[in-house]
Design a protein around this ligand. Sequence first.
Ligand code: HEM
Length: 441
Amino acid sequence: MTGGRRGEGRATEARPAEARWEERVQRAAHPVAYPAVRALRSRPVVRIPRVGLVVNDAAIAREVLLDVGRFSKVGPGAPSDLWTPILGPSVLLNMEGAEHAALRRALGPIFSPRAVRELVEGRGRERAGRDPDATSPLAAMVARLDAGETVDLARVVAAQAGSVICGLVGLPPTDAAVRTSIAAAQVVTGMVRLHRRRLTTSQVAYARRVLGELTAPARDAYRAGDESTVPGRMRGLGLSEREAMGAVGAFVLTGTETVQSFVPRLLAIAYDTGWTGRLLGVEEAGSRSEVSGDDLRRRVVEEALRVTVPTPAMLRSVRADAVVGGERVSAGDRVVIATVNCCRAAGAFDPDRPVDPDVRHLWFGAGPHFCLGMPLAMAQVEAVLDALTPLAATGRRVVVGRRRPARGVLVPGYRGLELTLDGGHGRGRAVEHGQGRIVGL
Ligand code: HEM
């Protein structure tokens, strides 16, 4: 890495602050599974009884993900075992082949750049019943930071992600609706454990009830066909009610905690490695980078995705006998792609390092199941960075204070992460530097 101000987080220990905090975050979520998975990382593939063939190498992982003839998301040990009982049989992440491709194509417009921007900015909220003057979580965060207060970024991002879910299910994002939707997503993903292939009957019943309550307004919006709502738009795009409700459920499950996990970790890593200023478009004294201009923010974000890997593993069921990294697998076996090992093999966080093509975007998957929600995830990350940028432009530093890793969650992350502004030429200046860009977020 080149010229980062590591004094933001001291690098005097053998292991830099970034790596130590990431380790704490991962272990708080998975105290047994995480060290066990990391212990396998020196071998490209390892067979573990009752778990499956674990893949730790990015090139081999990519081969598996692209070989849809032999490896499937449907079958014994695959995601279908976990999600089909809750969401039904046709929700993308448990489909294959022509049906899967057709549903993805139909959903494409929901994730167009304009559609995701509107979803993140909450446009259409007025029609959906929200007070248009209500302060958005990001605008409130900026005002408080600008006034010299401390904010909990983990809470802010949870509220932001919650209002995006409300947009997806067609609910006005009132505080109560946001809280309920976040809680519902967490209840369901929190039941999943890496070592468990299926949920129990009572877990399935509970998860169906919780998701059913959350998606009831989506059903109403679909039936009303109001195209200012996502379910109404799905109807306009030709999706059946069953497909639309399955997609809404899949978005809630896959798209909430991943973003909630990533954004605070991004800011924490940037702070620990001295990259915050450059992430927010400010060149700090003593910092220098091989990358510049518009590319810089993207590279910092992508590098943080590479080291955090918000979805740490991907599962496939073997359809036909095959050889993976020199090991034979047979129909019915399970392959566990340890994405966290594949992506982190390149080393510690360093946006200046050239990206290995095998690793690039592997944190979003590869092949036909590549993350459909990537544009929405990136729009949410951008919204937070756009909100913080005018504050950084006033010459003040964004400082990470106390942090608390979340325990017992499926997607590792911070339960709390405090941000404040430090130094510069005073409070109340953000508006002059373009805070207007985030009004309405
Ligand atoms: C930083 C945030 C995110 C990360 C790291 C992430 C990661 C991933 C990964 C690795 C996969 C592929 C899994 C596999 O092949 O087994 C995936 C699939 C998927 N993601 Fe994301 N995701 C993120 C955010 C989102 C968001 C915001 C949404 C939408 C609301 C979303 C919706 C989906 C869907 C629907 C699929 C299934 C696609 C298919 O099977 O065709 N994701 N995601």
